[in-house]
Design a protein around this ligand. Structure first.
Ligand code: NAD
Ligand code: UDP
Length: 335
């Protein structure tokens, strides 16, 4: 099968490309490089030993997408391309709606023009908003608290309508929890441009000396140790979840929102402790006030993924920290 990955040079797309290629799928990548580096392409071919055609392209360019879908006789699309900064989405809402919602519409138009109806969408746990109960299951109300989350929810609503309109569509919207970690080779990983917003890449940069200390955004939450708790999931587990979802949509029509998480919640301090073991270092930290818009705690109910996809996360927090640190240390060596 031939699979097109939009945003294929990004963090989650690149890891999924490796797992797909290893499982015998033909992978084609498109990316406009707005948040990734071209070197990742060579590293993907190095890891897999396979050729992986890459096109530098913005997914809002529908006619160019149609050409690529036809050229490679694509059977299914996994749509990672998107902007993901919660903070930037509140200052640049039009950029986010245009890219995340407009980009998705452009891609669906191109697929329809080529009679391709198998689609996997990168959604997010941010679609749920303030927890009315935990763990979040897929029936939890969808009330996102920020513009980024609203773009993901709007895209999901479009996908649901599209699936209702024509029974040939088979669509999974995978709601990721907190991806972390890297491929075991240390050749690909998370490459944030500028100062990272997320915890794991920030900790990596403190450990490597690029940043002086870690801000702890609040230690007075009603959580196990006062810091925020999240459901961190290894990016390789997430990548394998996409392959499982691909197998599922090959056989099932309709629209399926599915959580990809571990069901385990981990505090900021727990993550730092595990990371310090991996990197054999001490992370300098400063407790600050809470970050605006942060939730104290959330984590996934992972039952639906287990039932429908026969998938569950296998790797633990230590493995996320080990591989993140290996990637960060490699980056520092190559500078
Ligand atoms: P990423 O930024 O590393 O990867 C996204 C890729 O898409 C980048 O390589 C970027 O250059 C590309 N891109 C963006 N807009 C594009 C466009 N218009 N045309 C072509 N390429 C474009 O992010 P990621 O962490 O790999 O996330 C992948 C997807 O998963 C995103 O849609 C994101 O919103 C979603 N997601 C991520 C997380 C997370 O914490 N990483 C959590 C939930 C959901
Ligand atoms: N966090 C922190 N310092 C940082 C980045 C994050 O203390 O520099 C905390 C944040 O408050 C939250 C957790 O780490 O409790 C995960 O934050 P991240 O931004 O990685 O994920 P999200 O909040 O989007 O789920």
């Amino acid at each position: 099968m031939n699979i097109l990955l939009t945003g294929g040079l990004g963090f989650i797309g690149s890891h999924t490309a490796v797992v797909l290629a290893e499982q015998g799928y033909q992978v084609v990548l498109v990316d406009n490089l707005c948040n990734s580096e071209i070197e990742t392409h060579a590293n993907l071919e190095l890891i897999t030993g396979k050729e992986m055609p890459f096109h530098e392209l913005d997914i809002r360019h529908t006619t160019a997408l149609v050409r690529i879908l036809k050229e490679y006789q694509v059977d299914a699309v996994i749509h990672f391309a998107g902007l993901k900064s919660v903070a930037e989405s509140s200052t640049e809402p039009l950029k986010y709606y245009d890219n995340n919602v407009g980009g998705t519409i452009s891609l669906l138009e191109a697929m329809k023009a080529c009679d391709i109806y198998h689609f996997i969408f990168s959604s997010s746990a941010t679609v749920y908003g303030v927890p009315q109960y935990l763990p979040y299951d897929e029936d939890h109300p969808l009330v996102p608290m920020n513009t980024y989350g609203k773009t993901k929810l709007q895209a999901e609503e479009i996908l649901q309508d599209v699936a209702r309109s024509d029974s040939r569509w088979s669509i999974a919207a995978l709601r990721y929890f907190n991806p972390a970690g890297a491929h075991e080779s240390g050749l690909i990983g998370e490459l944030p441009k500028g100062v990272p917003n997320n915890l794991m890449p920030y900790v990596c940069q403190v450990a490597s000396g690029k940043l002086p200390y870690l801000n702890i955004f609040g230690d007075d939450y009603d959580t196990k140790d006062g810091t925020g708790e999240r459901d961190y999931i290894h990016v390789m587990d997430l990548a394998e979840g996409h392959v499982a979802a691909l197998r599922f949509i090959e056989k099932n029509i309709g629209f399926y929102p599915i959580n990809l998480g571990t069901g385990i919640s981990c505090s900021v301090y727990e993550l730092i402790n595990a990371f310090e073991k991996s990197a054999n270092c001490t992370i300098v930290k400063k407790v600050q006030s809470r970050r605006s818009g942060d939730l104290p705690i959330y984590f996934a109910c992972a039952d639906k993924a287990k039932d429908l996809l026969a998938w569950h996360a296998k790797r633990d927090l230590q493995s996320m920290c080990d591989s993140s640190w290996k990637f960060q240390a490699n980056l520092a060596k190559n500078l």
